[in-house]
Design a protein around this ligand. Structure first.
Ligand code: SUD
Ligand code: ADP
Length: 272
């Protein structure tokens, strides 16, 4: 009997902090990052089919590859079961919120459910962010991305903003001046997480801002929102986020930001 189609959510990944602590001989950087996942994201549907196919739909489909270059395809193919994949794209691409990696993780989950076995290929080979996206919840991520420690963190309320410029991750890493920055300090057990975060950094923010100065404009706009508690860039950019004390305050900030900047992608969300 043909197994039924499976449907999965691919949440946006947010790096609340991102320290670059070293560089390996192969050029990959060592990271120390607090990662959480949003309740905004893409959707993937995976169904057994006579041949492999991929269709990308949704408001952010433009420019996303519909062939073997797509991480969804790369995640499914090694299982050896041909599937028809539909990717309903809502997250901006090349945006520092791991859209492709989270899509790949959703396809991996679907393929595991359809075939009853784990990925025949090491998942980190799909990308440094894929292992944490497969976990899909708050974690401290170290090494080049595969060293993951799940964390119990109370949900945070945020607004994500992308100004519509694509940023190349390798280009940002190349533009980073210092590769051996200090690691994060240990997370607090019961103190205010936002206060702790304020003492951490995203080391990729200065090089990304130098490449795309509009990131500075986004950070300023988020910083001017009523009730904002922390403002920072995620991943290699250009998406930035603000943290707020409640979802209602985040919703209201998102509304104001959208009104003032109709071309920006602005989403209030809850991170967990
Ligand atoms: C920077 C981060 C932080 O979470 O997020 P994004 O900005 O992509 O969202 C990730 O490490 C990105 O992960 P991912 O996008 O999966 O990276 P990969 O495809 O493996 O690598 C893309 C390129 O980024 C650089 N890279 C990536 C990860 C890493 N630890 N060191 C690196 O130097 C390399 O130049 C590599 O060729
Ligand atoms: N499923 C996918 N969604 C978006 N982009 C993808 C996907 N698969 C491959 N790509 C390619 O990967 C590049 C990086 O996209 P993405 O994973 O969204 O970046 P980031 O990790 O910085 O948010 C894109 O420019 C696109 O060409």
């Amino acid at each position: 009997m043909t197994p039924p189609a499976t449907d999965g959510f691919a949440p946006a990944k947010v790096n609340l902090s991102l320290h670059v602590t070293g560089q390996r001989a192969d050029g990959y950087h060592l990271l120390d990052s607090l990662v959480m996942f949003a309740d905004v994201g893409d959707r993937v549907t995976v169904a057994p089919a006579p041949v492999m196919s991929l269709r990308v739909t949704g408001p952010r489909a433009a420019g996303v590859p519909e062939d073997a270059r797509n991480l969804c395809w790369k995640a499914a193919e090694p299982f050896g079961l041909p599937v028809a994949i539909t990717l309903d794209k809502h997250l901006p691409a090349a945006a520092g919120i791991g859209g492709g990696s989270s899509d790949a993780a959703a396809v991996l989950r679907a393929m595991e459910a359809l075939t009853g076995r784990p990925s025949p290929m090491p998942v980190a080979r799909l990308g440094a962010d894929v292992p944490v996206c497969l976990l899909g919840r708050a974690a401290r991520m170290r090494g080049i991305g595969a060293d993951i420690q799940p964390l119990e963190i109370a949900p945070l309320h945020a607004v994500l903003v992308n100004p519509g410029v694509a940023v190349s991750t390798p280009e940002v890493f190349r533009a980073l001046a210092r590769k051996d920055n200090p690691a994060m300090t240990d997370l607090p057990w019961n103190a205010d997480l936002t206060a702790w975060l304020a003492a951490q950094r995203n080391d990729l923010e200065p090089p990304a801002r130098a490449l795309q100065p509009v990131i500075g404009t986004v950070l300023e706009a988020l910083g001017a929102c009523a009730g904002v508690r922390l403002v920072r860039m995620s991943g290699s950019g250009a998406t930035c986020f603000g943290l707020f004390e409640s979802r209602a305050v985040a919703d209201s900030a998102a509304q104001d930001l959208r009104r003032g900047n109709p071309d920006w992608w602005v989403r209030a969300c809850t991170l967990s």
